[in-house]
Design a protein around this ligand. Structure first.
Ligand code: GLY
Length: 344
C-alpha cells in the first residue's frame, strides 16, 4: 500500500492499494451514523448491507440540486449530527456530490472518498473540491471541503470498462504534461490499453503525488492549483455543449489538444510535443478533435467557465513539458484560430 499525504484545511492520506471493504468497516465503526452515497449501477458489485445507503443516477446527472435536496431530507429525517459522516463510493461525479452534501450539512461534516474510476482516483476524489452543476455550467456551485481519507482500491479497475479506463488516462496524461514527464515516458512504452492497465498502480501513485503536492501548496486555487485545469477550459465547454454525453476524460482529451495548440501559438511550444501527445491519446482511443459545432457557442461556454475571470479567456498552457504557463487574456481571434485547427 502507498500512502500519500495531502495538507489542506486538515491533513489526510490518500491510501492506494487498500481493500475498500476493510476501510469501510472502520469508517462505519468510527461514526455513529454514516450515509453511503453510490451510483445504482454499482449496487450489485458493492453488495452493501448497511442501512443508510443512497443510490444515485450515473454520471453528471446526479450532480444536481434536486438530488442534494433529497439527500438533505434523509439526513434531516435520520437526525445526522456533526459526528456523523458521509462516504462517497463511485466515479468523480459521486465523490463530488458526496463531498458537497458533507460540506453543506451542518456547515460541514466528515466525509470519505472511495473512488471507483481511474479519473476519480487520480483527480476528482483528491483535493477537496466538491460541487454540483447548474444550468449555467459545470461545478459552478460547490465548496472546498477535504475528505478525511481517500481509499483507492484497484479492485474497481478490474471491472472498469475500457472506455472509462481510457477516459481516466486523459487526466493521467494531463498530469504528465504539466508536471511529470516520467508518466508520459511510461505510457509511451506500453503498447496499448491493456499495457496501461498493467501499470495502473504506478500511474495512480505518480498522478496522486503531483496532485497532492499542488493541492497542499494551494488548496483554494489562488494560482498554482490552476495548472490542474490544463485542457479543462475547452474540455468543460465541450462537455456542457454535448450535454455530458462524453466522459469527462474524453472532453479533457480534446481540451488537452486545444491547450497544446494554443501553447504552440502563444508560447512557441514545439509542435512535435503536441504531436506526441496526440499519438498517445489516439493509442488509448481518446478523441483528439471535434466536428465543427460552431466556435461562437463554445466561446461563450468558455467565458462562462469558472476558471475564466469576467469575460476574459484564461488558459493554462505549457512552453515545454512540465512547465506550465498562465495565459491571462487570450484574444477571441486566437481562440478561434486554435478552434479551427482541432476541427476534424
Ligand atoms: N480537478 C482540478 C482540481 O482539483 O483542482
Amino acid at each position: 500500500m502507498v500512502e500519500i499525504q495531502v495538507n489542506s484545511e486538515h491533513t489526510y492520506q490518500v491510501k492506494i492499494g487498500l481493500p475498500f471493504r476493510e476501510s469501510l468497516e472502520k469508517i462505519l465503526t468510527n461514526h455513529h451514523k454514516t450515509l453511503i452515497i453510490a451510483p445504482r449501477s454499482l449496487q450489485v458489485q458493492l453488495g452493501l448491507h448497511h442501512s443508510d445507503v443512497f443510490y444515485t443516477e450515473d454520471g453528471e446527472a446526479q450532480k444536481d440540486i434536486a438530488t442534494v435536496i433529497e439527500i438533505w431530507k434523509i439526513l434531516g429525517e435520520k437526525k445526522y449530527g456533526r459526528k456523523d459522516a458521509i462516504v462517497g463510493i463511485g466515479g468523480g461525479a459521486t465523490t463530488d456530490l458526496a463531498g458537497f452534501v458533507a460540506a453543506t450539512w451542518l456547515r460541514g461534516i466528515d466525509w470519505y472518498a472511495i473512488p471507483t474510476t481511474l479519473a476519480a482516483m487520480v483527480d476528482a476524489a483528491v483535493g477537496g473540491k466538491t460541487g454540483i452543476n447548474t444550468s449555467s455550467g459545470k461545478n459552478l456551485v460547490g465548496s472546498f471541503h477535504s475528505p478525511q481519507e481517500v481509499i483507492i482500491d484497484s479492485e474497481f479497475l478490474e471491472t472498469l470498462s475500457d472506455r472509462d479506463f481510457s477516459a481516466g488516462l486523459a487526466e493521467v496524461i494531463k498530469t504528465g504534461i504539466i508536471a511529470d514527464v516520467t508518466i508520459l515516458e511510461s505510457l509511451n512504452q506500453v503498447r496499448d490499453l491493456s499495457g496501461a492497465r498493467a501499470i495502473a498502480h504506478e500511474l495512480i501513485a505518480k498522478s496522486v503525488r503531483v496532485k497532492a503536492g499542488v493541492v497542499s501548496d494551494d488548496f483554494k486555487e489562488g494560482r498554482l492549483r490552476e495548472i490542474l485545469n490544463f485542457g479543462h477550459t475547452f474540455g468543460h465547454a465541450i462537455e456542457k455543449r454535448e450535454k455530458y454525453a462524453l466522459r469527462h476524460g474524453e472532453a479533457v482529451a480534446i481540451g488537452l489538444i486545444y491547450a497544446l495548440y494554443l501553447s504552440e501559438s502563444q508560447l512557441n511550444l514545439d509542435p512535435a510535443f503536441s504531436q506526441s501527445i496526440k499519438e498517445l491519446l489516439l493509442k488509448f482511443s481518446l478523441p483528439v478533435g471535434i466536428v465543427d459545432i460552431g466556435f461562437a457557442e463554445l466561446f461563450s461556454l468558455m467565458q462562462g467557465d469558472k476558471k475564466s475571470r469576467s469575460e476574459e479567456l484564461r488558459f493554462i498552457g505549457v512552453d515545454q513539458v512540465a512547465h506550465p504557463v498562465w495565459l491571462e487574456s487570450v484574444p477571441e481571434s486566437i481562440a478561434r484560430e486554435v478552434y479551427d485547427r482541432i476541427i476534424q
